[in-house]
Design a protein. Structure first.
Length: 163
């Protein structure tokens, strides 16, 4: 039996952007009826074990997304079990590619907003941590827009895997 397709979203501390992306994308794949394992992590481990930022939780819940989360740090050994590692900004992209044990693993690392059909010039999802609620709401909009394109890419990958 094939293992499920696996996607991991990565930001800095795993309390704002990546848990938001994880929650939204998990809802997207469930609504689409796809078998995809979705999780998230941070490039740093200082928030390990903490829940998501209360502002992340508030924005997710206000928009109908679940918000159960416990922060953790991304580990190089996880690459082998992942199909895609989704970075939320260029700094995460560089850190993850440096951490990748092989060129094939480095190729699994992609920018979330690269999947946004609007093709934004700036692919970073800005860190809302030091700002107000509007930054978290903007983050959700970016995640939702890119998540739809990512869902299409994952659906295509699953069809190719089944062929």
């Amino acid at each position: 039996m094939n293992s499920p397709y696996r996607v991991c979203f990565v930001c800095t501390g795993n309390i704002c952007r990546s848990p938001m992306a994880e929650s939204v994308f998990r809802a997207f794949v469930e609504d689409a009826g796809l078998v995809v394992r979705v999780d998230s992590a941070g490039t740093g481990g200082w928030h390990e074990g903490d829940g998501a930022d209360p502002r992340t939780v508030s924005v997710l819940e206000a928009n109908g997304y679940p918000s159960d989360h416990s922060a953790r740090q991304f580990r190089a050994e996880w690459f082998d079990g992942l199909d895609l590692v989704i970075a939320l900004d260029e700094g995460h992209l560089r850190a993850l590619r440096r951490l990748a044990p092989t060129p094939a693993d480095a190729a699994k690392v992609r920018m979330l907003r690269a999947y946004d059909p609007a093709q934004p010039e700036d692919l970073d999802v800005p860190d809302p941590y030091y700002g107000g609620m509007d930054g978290f709401e903007d983050c959700l909009e970016m995640v939702e827009a890119a998540g739809k394109g990512l869902l299409d890419a994952v659906r295509t990958a699953l069809e190719e895997r089944a062929a």
